[in-house]
Ligand binder design. Structure first.
Ligand code: SF4
Length: 454
């Protein structure tokens, strides 16, 4: 942690953080805000009044990486007008590119990686006092994971990282390169954090990991995610437990059983399959076949018939034939996914498949993506229509992004529900009667408030 004696003249400074990518990155950004508050930085949502701009980056797709450099370019122009303003870059692109970012953008003040978040205050203070660029990238998390301060962006729903990194080596994925090997936080530390959250009135936690379903295998004694969910059952004020995202091979029976038996565990499973064809799965090095996945889904549905199941799908993987692509499309129909995150394959540095010769042309990948999305949308719409007429418990997240006159929240099964209501309901659990559905959301009318948030 930073030495407070190094705090200088200006007592309050402002920090603006832009976050790209997954929920793990969002959780990291909340830790960055917590760490920087300890050296006098207040969070601002207005980049123009910020003394420090931080970009927390994502390297998962080429498009996301391009966006990083266009943001940093725009911030560079701002810095020309306000040279005292500092710019820091963290996250997966920073971990991967390190000091080379400065060759392209020498005005960046701090480059830090995914394994040394806790060092951010010291790095900022060093760059500030020495008026020089500071780069610090390390290859592994510290042996003893430091507990980091946090400033959360919600006061009713919290991200809680429980495991970092990923031990798989999928041939398309840069995550193991930038996030390292799996490392779990202890159950005691997680429990303590969640106890504090419930005392502060939080109703929902989402347990996070690049491979959250592998939680605890590296602890001594070993535990699994189902055990952790059961340990959280004692917090009566905690109404919803979710977890994101995992690998199908690690979704043990014990996790499914815990979701079934623990009342606060939501009936929602995000289980990435990536492709619906065995040859493609083998080339992706996913370590399972389509049949294994189908049996897993059957297990979940036998135990929890009302569970919603979502997935991730990649189309246009190198060498994917038209028929192999159609296997993925047909699987969406067969499994009846509630929703899918879909993406056209994007070759990433440091991955095996990026070097393969049989890359598909961009137009082919995007045509496949368009077709897949239309099928995913039809299936989602069909499933969402089944909600019409039902009464659903909704955790109100705030104003709807598409229509500010409405509120928006989520069901236990993670369906977005839009409805009319007073803004004071934000952060509360309410009952909503569902009246209509589209592929992405439900619309309904408010019945009654069931649980006060605080
Ligand atoms: S399991 Fe997920 S995070 Fe890990 S390498 Fe495969 S795709 Fe990447």
């Amino acid at each position: 942690m930073a030495d407070s004696s190094t705090l200088n003249e200006k007592s309050t400074r402002r920090v603006f953080v832009e976050t790209f990518g997954c929920q793990m990155n969002k959780a990291d950004s909340e830790n960055m805000l917590g760490l920087l508050s300890e050296i006098g930085y207040e969070h601002t949502l207005d980049s123009k009044e910020a003394d420090l701009l931080i970009l927390n980056t994502c390297a998962i797709r080429e498009g996301a990486e391009d966006k990083v450099f266009s943001y940093l370019g725009a911030w560079g122009k701002q810095k020309r007008k306000r040279p005292e303003m500092m710019i820091a870059v963290g996250g997966c692109v920073a971990q991967e590119k390190g000091a080379s970012i400065l060759t392209r953008m020498p005005y960046i003040d701090v480059v830090f990686g995914t394994h040394n978040l806790h060092r951010l205050p010291d790095l900022v203070l060093k760059a500030r006092s020495e008026k020089t660029s500071v780069v610090e990238i390390v290859q592994e998390l510290p042996e003893d994971l430091p507990e980091l301060p946090v400033i959360r962006q919600s006061d009713f729903s919290a991200w809680v990282s429980v495991i970092y990194g990923c031990d798989y080596n999928c041939t398309y994925c840069i995550v193991p390169y930038v996030r390292g090997r799996e490392k779990s936080r202890t159950a005691e530390v997680i429990e303590k954090e969640i106890e504090e959250l419930t005392q502060a009135g939080y109703l929902e936690v989402t347990l996070l990991g690049q491979n959250v379903t592998a939680y605890g295998h590296d602890l001594d004694p070993k535990i699994h995610l189902g055990d952790l969910i059961r340990r959280l059952e004692k917090f009566e004020k905690l109404k919803r437990i979710r977890f994101l995202t995992g690998h199908p091979r690690d979704l043990q029976d014990g996790i499914i059983d815990a979701v079934h038996e623990v009342e606060s565990a939501c009936e929602y499973f995000h289980i990435p399959i990536q492709a619906g064809n065995d040859r493609t799965l083998r080339r992706m090095a996913r370590g399972y076949q389509v049949d294994f996945y189908k049996r897993l889904i059957e297990k979940v549905r036998n135990k929890i018939p009302e569970a919603s199941i979502t997935s991730d799908l990649i189309v246009g993987f190198p060498g994917e034939t038209e028929q192999e692509f159609m296997d993925t499309v047909n699987l969406v129909e067969e499994i009846q996914f509630d929703a899918c995150n879909t993406a056209a394959y994007s070759p990433r540095p440091h991955t095996h498949s990026a070097a393969w010769a049989d890359q598909l042309p961009e137009h082919e990948k995007y045509e496949r993506l368009r077709f897949l999305n239309s099928v995913v949308g039809e299936v989602s719409h069909r499933i969402n229509r089944r909600y019409v007429g039902r009464r659903e418990e909704v955790l109100v997240e705030g104003e709807s992004q598409r229509d500010e006159t409405r509120l928006s929240g989520r069901t236990r099964t993670n369906k977005i529900v839009n409805f009319e209501g007073d803004k004071s309901l934000k952060g509360k659990l309410v009952d909503v009667e569902i009246q209509s559905a589209n592929p992405w959301a439900l619309r309904g009318s408010l019945c009654s408030s069931v649980v006060p948030a605080k």
